[in-house]
Ligand binder design. Structure first.
Ligand SMILES: [Zn+2]
Length: 304
């Protein structure tokens, strides 16, 4: 059985439940209005009460939410309406470092390095790196589509417009650490790695008021010092990625070139200069892949 239930399926189930529980039609059911309100019902104009009314209100709310999702998807030119993510897990899954991603002298209590979050839900996570392209359309698009994503920022491309990312943060996006200058960390001294990683923690705290707990090393390259230093300045986890999204294709880490429950998808804040397309084109492309394969995009920070 498919575990995932679309918002439509939930809506249908609720409607069936509402009808089965004796929920009467409204003015448009063609029937005569009762002369007197039945017991438990209230006169016209009064707020509805009771379990039936509550179910009706919930059905109506879900119907409106789904209609808004469909309209937003159409407005932004998406091939299909994105699937709604299930409720976040009550307890976050236990994360471990992916096999083959361990460091020399690891085994200590280092932040786990992973490309997929352990979950059985049909969800994937969208992460955007660096911060060079500051496209206002992306902010509007993701807000209207209600697609969650997480940013991994590198100060050298962000510092010319902190305001753009302040706006992003206000829209519910978590801003995470991707170092000050995007250097190849294993080639740096411990002192320089500390400056790159912990220096970015300080910048993010200064400009956005929060020290993140997630860190992604540039190019996905790190060594034992990287993880020990990251831990020392507040990093709890190191999410890498299982697939990368571009405006015109996907690149896959796994041999089966497919998505799996909990996979982390990487993309970048880029535009026409680097890409054959815009951020919006990239979102359309990645959402087509994700939705076609029956996945919803969930919020990484709800799971990690
Ligand atoms: Zn990067």
């Amino acid at each position: 059985m498919k575990r995932y239930r679309s918002a439509c399926a939930v809506l249908a189930a609720l409607l069936v439940a509402a009808v089965a529980s004796g929920c009467a039609g409204g003015a448009d059911d063609g029937g005569a209005a009762p002369e007197q309100p039945a017991i438990g019902q209230q006169g016209p104009g009064a707020a509805p009460a009771g379990p039936v009314a509550a179910a009706e209100a919930r059905v109506e709310r879900l119907r409106k939410q789904q209609a808004a999702r469909v309209a937003a998807a159409r407005r932004w030119g998406l091939a299909k309406t994105p699937l709604a993510a299930p409720e976040p897990p009550a307890e976050k899954p236990h994360l471990t470092t992916r096999e083959g991603f361990e460091v020399e002298g690891g085994g200590e209590d280092l932040p786990p390095v992973f490309t997929t979050v352990p979950t059985k839900e049909r969800v994937v996570f969208l992460t955007m790196d660096d911060g060079a392209e500051k496209d206002p359309e992306l902010l509007r698009m993701m807000t209207e589509l209600k697609i969650p994503y997480s940013a991994f920022l590198s100060d050298y491309v962000v510092s010319d417009d902190y305001g753009y990312f302040k706006d992003m943060q206000a829209r519910g996006v978590t801003l995470n650490n991707h170092t000050l200058n995007h250097r190849y960390l294993p080639g740096l001294s411990k002192a320089d790695q500390r400056r790159e990683i912990c220096g970015e923690q300080d910048k993010l705290e200064k400009y956005f008021g929060k020290r993140p707990t997630l860190f992604r090393p540039p190019y996905g390259n790190y060594n034992g010092d990287t993880l020990r230093i990251a831990k020392s300045c507040g990093i709890k986890a190191v999410p890498l990625w299982a697939a990368e999204a571009f405006p015109d294709h996907m690149e896959w880490r796994e041999w089966d070139r497919d998505l799996h429950p909990g996979d982390i998808i990487l993309t970048h804040f880029r535009g026409d200069e680097d890409w054959d397309g815009s951020m919006a084109d990239m979102v359309r492309r990645v959402m087509k892949t994700v939705t076609d394969k029956g996945y919803a995009v969930a919020r990484l920070e709800d799971y990690v």
